[in-house]
Design a protein around this ligand. Structure first.
Ligand SMILES: [Zn+2]
Length: 70
């Protein structure tokens, strides 16, 4: 899961939209990831069933990195 999230980040497939919304281009389509109240939610089927996925993990890592830098 983390490896896949890092690959998404490294290949530039996480795109920040306005505010805390992100587009993540996965292997099976583009998904919307929204960060709110410290939680990250994704629109993909995997997240709906497991409450976690590589897309939401990628956004979590991205946001943690941004906090460390600032
Ligand atoms: Zn997802």
């Amino acid at each position: 899961m983390i490896d896949k999230a890092l690959r998404l980040l490294q290949s530039g497939r996480v795109e920040r939209l306005e505010g805390d919304r992100y587009n993540v281009i996965g292997n099976h389509g583009t998904y919307n990831v929204v960060a709110r109240d410290g939680k990250v939610m994704c629109t993909c089927p995997g997240f709906q069933s497991r409450r976690r996925c590589s897309h939401s993990s990628a956004v979590t890592i991205l946001r943690a990195r941004r906090r460390q830098r600032s």
